[in-house]
Structures are given as structure tokens and as C-alpha cells.
Write a protein that binds this ligand. Structure first.
Ligand SMILES: *Cc1c(COP(=O)(O)O)cnc(C)c1O
Length: 406
């Protein structure tokens, strides 16, 4: 089997800086034809020269060979190759039409009826939905665990446990998980580890290097970066790609060439965008933490965030998404704050160039490790606007909150 991207992927040197690596990644001459960004190759049918040629191209091993549109074209191969090259030690990457589709394929590639999954309590809500509905229907059970469990996860492992799913930091509440400790326990028990790495991306948390087996991105967020494409990816450590690829082929998964092209375009600026998201989000998080209307800021780079020490030890940076807890007030006072904002849109998703604010209600979904908060929670995506303008907007919002709370 030659279906191993490690042997032929673009050699982006791991010693180069992030901005250089995202510019270089995936741009093989045979795929670009000399055009700077790999062009869009759209296809369903691929034509063969003869029956012998058609037969020679058939089979499972169609890696980087035109075979049929569902197996991709150089446009998708280039993006997949680029994402692989950003994860030192990775074998290969498969692309999906959304982040949620990527999570489903990764889970189905490792779990079988009778298996148990350990799923972090702070996982993205649709991931919980897959566990409780899709996986349950196929005889796979799920146990939720505290995101701060660390090596203590060993106590939850039973004879049926097959895999551990992590998301760090967690959705809405941003607890940072001790991924190396959990990976060490998983290895000792022969379990597969999966990580939703959407917040950090491989630039701030090189997941395969840290020991994770399957690392997942909602590429919809920072890779695309412009809020106009749905896309997902799973990058596998050596030995884990063949099963992932086979399951994804069976599921009929394919990311569109046009969407992959837009993602590959977005990727070129991901390092500079992330650097700016990081700077602006930290400025705003620090400003918020000094405000009397704010009880706590849940940003992994601030000591007030659960798991901050682990973040400081393991991560190379922080991105633009975080939450804050209001000091008292109710749902209506929180709505007064968010409705007052002019520069922050109200909408799901994140990772684009524009700022967003949504109400966050973790208590509605958490089961294993519910936490008490002093008031309602707001999640912010800090975009690429001038932070001073965003601060002025939040200042007006907090005043509206204080009026509504009184
Ligand atoms: C948005 C998101 C996803 C899902 O990605 P889609 O592309 O929207 O399907 C998965 N995980 C996290 C942490 C997310 O924020």
C-alpha cells in the first residue's frame, strides 16, 4: 500500500516559522502547474485511455491519482497535504464537507458495537449529539468526563472502553485539558485518542506531536477564515489513516473542490490572522476582567481560566474566541448587552474576520462536571477590527447591561 502521504508530501520544513509554513504548504508543482495557489479542478468523471488503463486505476489505493471525482482532485489533495504538513509526525489528512462530518467519520472509524467512548463534558454540543443519538443507535455507549480530569481518566477506563475524545479548550467554557497526561493513559491501555483542535489549530497546538492519534479541525473556522465556507478535516498519526480513509470512502465523504480552494486561499494568511486574533482577544479579555460588571473571564491565557497552567505549558498561543461571566443579572440583562453591540454580529460559528457575540448556556447540556457561574455567560469571537473600536462597543453594551440589571 502506497497510500501514505508521509512518503511524498510537500516537504515543509518543521523548523520554519508558522507564517512561512502556511505559505509553502501543499503547493506541489504537479498540482499547481506553476499557478501560485492551486487552482480549482472540478470533476466527477475521469476519462481513461483504454480498458486496461481503467482497470489499472481501480481499487482502494487511489492516493493522489485521478480516479473518480469522489476521490478528489489536486485541489483537495493540495489542501489535505498542506494540513498534514502543519502537523509534524502526521501521516495524512482527509477532508469533509463540515467539521461535524469530520467528527462523525473519525468516531465511526474507531468505534464498533459494544465499545465505550469517553467524551469530554465540554465538547461541542453536536459532538455530544452524535454520541447520544448516532453512536447509541449502533450500540456504542458514551461516558462523559470532567475536562480537568487529567491522568485521573484512568479510573474511568473499563473493559469496553475503546477511545477518548478530547476538545481543548472546551466549547463555551474553555477548560484546558491535560492532553499529554490523557494520551499517556490511553497508550498504556491501548485506546485511541481523538482531539477537536479547532480553537488552537496545529499552529498553536501541534496535536500529533503531542501524541494524539486523530486530530480534527472545523476548517470552517480559522483555516477558511472568512465565514463563507463549511469544511472539516481529520489528520491522522501513523497507523490510523487507513481506517479513517476506508470509513470516509464508505460514507461517501468528499469536500467540494471550490470550497477546498477557498480554504487553501484562507490558509495562506492563517498565521498572520491568528497572531492578530490573539493580540486583540487578549487586549479585550484583560479589559473585561477589570470591569465591575464582569465576574470572570474564561480565556485560556488568563489565570482565571480553568486549566490555564496546562495552556501555558502546552500551547504556543491563544486564538480569538473566549467567554466571560457577568456579575449577576438575568437573561434579559444579557440580551440588553448583546443587542446593544453594533460591531459584534449575533451568530453562530467563528474564526472569520468579523467579531461575534452569542449567549452561552453550558448548564443546559453539561452532565459530568456542571459548574456554577456568578451570572449569565457571553461568548465572544474577536475579529480583525481595531480593538479600540470593539472595546468602545463593549463599553456601551456593559452600560446597557448595568441599566437592565438595576
Ligand atoms: C464549529 C465547530 C465544529 C463544527 O464545525 P462545522 O464546520 O460548523 O460543522 C466542531 N467543533 C468545534 C469546537 C466548533 O466550534
Amino acid at each position: 500500500m502506497t497510500d501514505n502521504a508521509d512518503t511524498d508530501r510537500t516537504h515543509t520544513d518543521d523548523t520554519l516559522g508558522d507564517a512561512t509554513r502556511v505559505v509553502q504548504a501543499g503547493r506541489r508543482r504537479e498540482w499547481t502547474g506553476g499557478i501560485v495557489n492551486p487552482p480549482v479542478w472540478r470533476a466527477s468523471t475521469i476519462l481513461y485511455d483504454s480498458i486496461a488503463d481503467l482497470r489499472a486505476n481501480a481499487g482502494r489505493d487511489t492516493h493522489h491519482r485521478l480516479y473518480y471525482g469522489r476521490r478528489g482532485t489536486p485541489t483537495q489533495w493540495s489542501l489535505a497535504d498542506a494540513l498534514t504538513s502543519l502537523e509534524p509526525g502526521a501521516e495524512a489528512t482527509f477532508l469533509y464537507p463540515s467539521g461535524v462530518a469530520a467528527i462523525a467519520a473519525a468516531l465511526l472509524s474507531v468505534l464498533s458495537p459494544g465499545d465505550e467512548l469517553l467524551l469530554v463534558d465540554s465538547a461541542y454540543d453536536p459532538t455530544r449529539g452524535q454520541a447520544m443519538q448516532l453512536l447509541r443507535r449502533f450500540g456504542i455507549t458514551t461516558r462523559f468526563y470532567d475536562p480537568l480530569i487529567g491522568a485521573g481518566i484512568a479510573d474511568l477506563i473499563g473493559p469496553a472502553t475503546r477511545a477518548i475524545f478530547m476538545e481543548s479548550p472546551g466549547s463555551l467554557t474553555f477548560e484546558v485539558q491535560d492532553v499529554p497526561a490523557i494520551v499517556a493513559v490511553a497508550r498504556a491501555h491501548g485506546l485511541v485518542t481523538l482531539l477537536d483542535n479547532t480553537w488552537a489549530t496545529p499552529l498553536f497546538f501541534p496535536a500529533i506531536e503531542r501524541g494524539v492519534d486523530l486530530t480534527i479541525l472545523a476548517a470552517t473556522k480559522y483555516v477558511v477564515g472568512h465565514s463563507d465556507v463549511m469544511l472539516g478535516s481529520v489528520t491522522a498519526a501513523p497507523g490510523h489513516f487507513a481506517r479513517l480513509r476506508d470509513m470516509s470512502f464508505q460514507l461517501g465523504q468528499v469536500a467540494s473542490p471550490d470550497d477546498s480552494w477557498l480554504a487553501s486561499r484562507g490558509l495562506r494568511t492563517m498565521a498572520v490572522r491568528l497572531a492578530q486574533h490573539q493580540r486583540s482577544a487578549l487586549t479585550i479579555a484583560r479589559w473585561l476582567q477589570d470591569r465591575p460588571e464582569v465576574a470572570t473571564v474564561l480565556h485560556p491565557a488568563l489565570p482565571s481560566c480553568p486549566g490555564h497552567d496546562v495552556w501555558a505549558r502546552d500551547f504556543k498561543g491563544s486564538s480569538g474566541l473566549f467567554s466571560f461571566v457577568l456579575q449577576g443579572g438575568d437573561e434579559a440583562a444579557r440580551a440588553a448587552l448583546i443587542d446593544r453591540l453594533d460591531l459584534f454580529g449575533i451568530g453562530y460559528s467563528w474564526g472569520g474576520f468579523e467579531s461575534l457575540a452569542i449567549p452561552a448556556d453550558p448548564a443546559r447540556i453539561r452532565t459530568a462536571a456542571p459548574r456554577d457561574y456568578a451570572g449569565p455567560m457571553v461568548r465572544l469571537q474577536i475579529g480583525l477590527e481595531d480593538p479600540a473600536d470593539l472595546i468602545a462597543d463593549l463599553d456601551r453594551g456593559l452600560a446597557a447591561f448595568a441599566d437592565a440589571r438595576a
